[in-house]
Design a protein around this ligand. Structure first.
Ligand SMILES: *[C@@H]1O[C@H](CO)[C@@H](O)[C@H](O)[C@H]1NC(C)=O
Ligand SMILES: *[C@@H]1O[C@H](CO)[C@@H](O)[C@H](O)[C@H]1NC(C)=O
Ligand SMILES: *[C@@H]1O[C@H](CO)[C@@H](O)[C@H](O)[C@H]1NC(C)=O
Ligand SMILES: *[C@@H]1O[C@H](CO)[C@@H](O)[C@H](O)[C@H]1NC(C)=O
Ligand SMILES: *[C@@H]1O[C@H](CO)[C@@H](O)[C@H](O)[C@H]1NC(C)=O
Ligand SMILES: *[C@@H]1O[C@H](CO)[C@@H](O)[C@H](O)[C@H]1NC(C)=O
Ligand SMILES: *[C@@H]1O[C@H](CO)[C@@H](O)[C@H](O)[C@H]1NC(C)=O
Ligand SMILES: *[C@@H]1O[C@H](CO)[C@@H](O)[C@H](O)[C@H]1NC(C)=O
Ligand SMILES: *[C@@H]1O[C@H](CO)[C@@H](O)[C@H](O)[C@H]1NC(C)=O
Ligand SMILES: *[C@@H]1O[C@H](CO)[C@@H](O)[C@H](O)[C@H]1NC(C)=O
Length: 782
């Protein structure tokens, strides 16, 4: 596949299987497939053909007599399954293609699979027109990189075969169109103004650097594909401004990229590196020299100085700072290594950054499960940079230089970490959320998918809202086939104690289903991006988030990033304190950072096996944690959460023995109404309702509170011999805290969450037995 005509008309299977009357006009798919509005007509036709298949097949399925023959026709008539591989190949035309993506970037799927071949992810190499010529890497190495441009991200092979891949694959075609549209939009807007956030030493100009990089990445792609020099001209204007060479003020001369906040230097350096390398043949000799000069004096030299002066603290960090800083410098150095006017600096930077990134950036994931040790949001910055380094090294030196193998299980499974932190209504967004993403997307998992031969990652990501950008076109392998959800486990326990957590869901494709996630790991080891949050959870159901996270505080707040020590000023802030989490608050105290929770998990191990998928009524998953060590006042504290009734109800239970009062807390955007002597809480959100019932203790009641610090909380801390006074907390408008208070002693707190599903009556809900956490099993609540 798939010339537009081939998809709609010339395939005999299709010709037979959909009646003319249900063949959609180009108007209907435009409405039904909003993500292609504005795309070229050919794409509309391809996708219209998909919809035609969907409708035709559904019509056929309504008629048992026709089902057999149509199913046979769908498989390519009498020749049987021989064509199944080619039918899904190279395009969404025979795959399940989303109708749109929602505000969280989640794909929304049609309500029927139609003619799609539902199969587990694979890569088929049978159609050579979906592959590019293999690169000859025999003469290149880290010591002796490729001598021709491009050296960054992808080879000339990939670029020269890209047009044919785009023509063959409807995803790539859609991405290419979107990239051109965005490139045009950026073309008409000025370089973002140089406005530091909290001063150059605060958050600096990171947003500006990333926005410039985003713009240049799009223009450089557009030039590569079209050969049109107006992209080059526009890029040159941007480079002049961002080098501080125009009348537009752009930072301090000589340090315009702001070495006080080194991420900024790194991201600007990458922007200039992509311009230099991808547009190399279009620049004049003078322009090349000018861009290389800027890369060296504003980027690489500052990196070298910082490293030599021992101020490059990020070189010892297993987190996103290491990935981003090494990446920017490495890409800047690789871009100019063959023309380096100094003769040495590019080589020096390569030799300093490659081993350092291998040793640190590659270890920012937990060893055995791929959990990003910062947060689900910082995962984006870390992995997008890790992949850009790996892809650039592969292109320039013929090898990813151990970046993918040195800590293989962590790196290999980090895409699963991302997939499972992806809830139905946004991420399980614990800890800090990080700055604006701009260039940081999840598209790097398509590169991991290719390198680790795990096409599930590629298939997952290609349907998501952040997929249409230049790197996708360079990482994606159109030879993937099947559906990401087919055979994909609904649940997963990420058991590394650094951040032990789990996620469970009712479906990968129905965003109106249920998703629960809970974490209970160590409170240190997160590069000061975590919260005091053992036992915190989120709950999505019916297209709403009922229990949610508050996210970052203000990064410029006093002492916000000082440390993860118990007395750190960070823990003065509501959003970071234990009271700002969806867990129990003992004696109004923060959890102990030295506590070591333990976790366990059980599941019926369901794997999704259809697009329209409903778990069986006995399908369940649960997670239990012992958080006794998190508070001095608890001799024992256990917490457990599970699905009931085919994953349509949720039960949360705490068993606590304490010498102080305990408050159970859950943050919600819903409007809360209490009834039944305050033992029922009715949560209403966007016209939907969830009813929480307090099952234990028998004398207990729900309460509500504002999401603000308790008046008795300290506003200062003795830290490193100084008294540090906190800055203002951020307000949490619209958030209500649902509470349950119990006195000291031994208490069981059990809450049943019943989303009010359309069409359900009171007796559709189960009322589970009372089971102690130690006795929980997959069948304990039947
Ligand atoms: C291979 O893919 C191309 C491009 O999608 C398509 O035109 C061609 O029909 C495919 N070949 C086979 C044998 O399926
Ligand atoms: C129609 O055919 C499909 C594929 O052969 C089969 O899975 C399905 O059960 C059939 N449906 C009916 C209603 O017979
Ligand atoms: C990429 O998109 C642009 C803009 O829509 C279009 O002109 C160009 O033909 C596309 N490239 C290919 C190979 O289809
Ligand atoms: C590109 O354009 C699409 C459609 O207008 C938009 O949704 C998306 O956010 C843009 N991407 C970027 C990176 O700006
Ligand atoms: C690009 O810039 C050059 C030099 O300023 C100019 O001669 C040329 O016309 C420009 N091309 C386009 C397409 O704008
Ligand atoms: C900016 O100006 C400096 C100083 O004149 C020059 O060396 C450098 O090449 C210029 N950079 C760009 C991108 O034009
Ligand atoms: C780092 O050291 C170099 C060379 O000794 C010096 O020129 C430079 O100013 C120093 N940079 C900083 C940020 O201290
Ligand atoms: C958890 O991850 C850390 C960090 O990668 C690692 O040091 C540790 O060995 C891992 N624990 C297990 C049990 O694999
Ligand atoms: C409230 O809604 C906002 C915006 O969607 C979301 O970011 C936040 O996590 C929600 N808060 C809670 C407590 O659910
Ligand atoms: C599964 O549970 C639902 C909701 O309680 C009920 O309507 C349905 O009949 C049950 N299905 C089976 C097979 O028991």
């Amino acid at each position: 596949m798939h010339s537009p005509q081939g998809a709609s008309g010339s395939n005999p299977a299709y010709g037979a299987s959909y009646p003319d009357k249900s063949y959609p006009t180009s108007k209907r798919p435009r409405r039904w497939w909003p993500w292609i509005v504005g795309a070229i007509v050919a794409i509309v036709i391809i996708l219209a053909a998909v919809l035609g298949g969907v409708l035709g097949s559904r019509a056929a399925n309504d008629d048992d007599n026709d089902n057999k023959s149509n199913a046979a026709a769908d498989r390519g008539s009498n020749s049987g399954v021989a064509s199944a591989a080619t039918r899904t190949q190279g395009s969404g035309a025979f795959a399940v293609v989303p109708t749109a993506t929602d505000q969280f970037g989640n794909p929304m799927y049609p309500s029927s699979t139609g003619s799609a071949q539902i199969a587990e992810p694979t890569i088929s190499t049978s159609n050579s027109s979906l592959a590019c010529t293999a690169d000859d890497t025999s003469s290149i190495s880290l010591d002796s990189p490729k001598t021709t441009h491009p050296l960054l991200i992808a080879t000339e092979n990939r670029w020269s075969c890209l047009p044919s891949l785009i023509e063959a694959d409807s995803y790539m075609s859609y991405w290419n169109d979107t990239v051109f549209q965005n490139a045009s939009r950026f073309y008409d807007t000025d370089t973002p103004a140089y406005i530091p956030d909290g001063g150059l030493g605060g958050s600096g100009v990171l947003d500006i650097a990333r926005e410039v990089q985003l713009r240049i990445k799009h223009w450089a792609y557009a030039y590569k594909l079209s050969g049109d020099v107006r992209w080059v001209n526009r890029t040159w204007e941007e480079l002049q401004v961002a080098a501080g060479n125009t009348s537009t003020s752009f930072g301090n001369a000589g340090d315009n990229w702001n070495s006080q906040h080194f991420l900024d230097v790194a991201e600007f350096t990458e922007a200039f590196a992509l311009a230099y390398d991808w547009m190399y043949d279009a620049w004049t000799a003078e322009q090349r020299t000018a861009i290389a000069w800027s890369i060296i004096t504003l980027g690489l030299q500052h990196g070298l100085d910082a490293i030599n002066n021992d101020s490059a603290w990020w070189r010892q960090v297993q987190g996103n700072w290491n990935c981003v800083c090494n990446k920017g410098l490495m890409m800047g150095a690789l871009a100019i290594v063959n023309e380096d006017p100094t003769g040495t600096i590019a080589r020096q930077i390569i030799d300093l950054t490659v081993p350092n990134a291998v040793e640190y950036c590659s270890f920012a994931t937990a060893a055995n499960d791929g959990t990003w040790t910062e947060t689900p949001n910082y995962w984006y910055f870390g992995t997008y940079s890790h992949v850009e380094m790996a892809a650039s090294l592969l292109t320039a030196t013929g090898s990813t230089q151990n970046l993918l193998s040195v800590h293989e299980d962590g790196t290999k499974y980090t895409a699963l970490y991302h997939m499972h932190t992806t809830g139905m209504q946004g991420l399980f967004s614990y800890g800090d959320a990080g700055p604006n993403k701009y260039t940081a997307t999840a598209n790097g998992i398509m590169f991991y998918g290719q390198q680790y031969n795990l096409p599930v990652y590629t298939l997952f990501q290609r349907d998501r809202g952040d997929a249409p950008e230049p790197m996708s076109l360079l990482y994606y392998n159109p030879q993937v086939e099947g559906q990401f959800f087919q055979g994909l486990a609904l649940d997963r326990h990420f058991s590394n104690s650094t951040d032990s957590w789990f996620a469970a869901r009712s479906s990968w494709t129905d965003n109106d289903g249920t998703y629960i996630a809970m974490k209970s790991g160590y409170l240190q080891g997160h590069q000061t991006h975590g919260d005091l949050d053992a036992g915190t959870f989120v709950l999505d159901a019916m297209g709403e988030r009922w229990a949610g996270e508050l996210g970052s505080g203000d990064y410029l707040s006093q002492g916000y990033f000082d440390s993860e020590a118990q007395d750190s000023p960070r823990w003065l802030y509501y959003r970071k304190r234990t009271e700002g989490q969806n867990t129990i608050l003992v004696n109004k105290q923060n959890q102990l950072v030295t506590g070591q929770p333990t976790t366990s998990f059980g599941s019926t191990n369901d794997e999704q096996d259809a697009l329209v998928y409903t778990p069986s009524n006995s399908s369940t998953a649960y997670f239990t944690t012992d958080i006794s060590e998190m508070n001095e006042a608890t001799s024992s504290a256990k917490r457990a959460i599970r699905f009931l009734n085919g994953r349509r109800q949720v039960l949360l239970r705490d068993e606590i023995t304490s010498t102080a009062a305990v408050q159970w807390r859950m943050h919600t955007n819903a409007t809360v109404t209490l009834s039944d002597s305050d033992r029922t809480a009715t949560l209403e959100l966007n016209g939907k309702t969830l009813i929480a019932t307090l099952r234990s203790p028998s004398g207990g009641t729900f309460g509500t509170a504002d999401a603000v610090r308790d008046p008795s909380d300290p506003t200062t801390t003795q830290y490193n011999g100084n008294t540090v006074t906190m800055s203002e907390d951020q307000p949490n408008p619209g958030v209500t805290v649902l509470t349950i208070d119990v006195a000291e002693g031994t208490n069981v707190i059990e809450v049943l969450f019943n989303p009010q599903w359309a069409g359900w009556s009171a007796n559709s809900f189960v009322s589970p037995p009372d089971v102690a956490i130690d006795d929980w099993s997959v069948t304990s609540h039947e």
